[in-house]
Design a protein around this ligand. Structure first.
Ligand SMILES: [Cu+2]
Length: 106
């Protein structure tokens, strides 16, 4: 599947830009770190990720995240295993704060 670099403007359309950017820079909600597999890049700029269980927070599940502007999705492809950090942003939207490849497991 062809990977697209998510333009900043798309991320900003997902909520109040000011509120979203503020949460990207200084999250008010807890920040969680976990691993997952990229399932899809959605047309609306969201990234669908199947993540591992996060004890005390969430069971393992597949859910969508809005990438913060600082997140570089270049080179990230569907099927990749990643380590990432996220928080809950405005309107209950989950924000992808950081992402990196999680080893070479395929
Ligand atoms: Cu989840």
């Amino acid at each position: 599947m062809k990977r697209r670099v998510i333009p900043l403007v798309l991320a900003l359309c997902l909520g109040s830009p000011r509120a979203l950017l503020a949460q990207c820079h200084e999250p008010e909600e807890p920040v969680h770190a976990t691993r997952g597999r990229v399932v899809a890049f959605e047309r609306n700029g969201l990234v669908r990720i199947a993540h591992e269980a996060i004890p005390g927070v969430m069971a393992a599940m597949t859910m969508v995240f809005a990438p913060c502007p600082a997140v570089d999705l270049t080179g990230v492809a569907v099927g990749d295993t990643i380590s990432f950090r996220f928080t809950r942003g405005p309107g209950g939207r989950f924000l992808l704060l950081a992402l990196e490849p999680a080893g070479s497991s395929r």
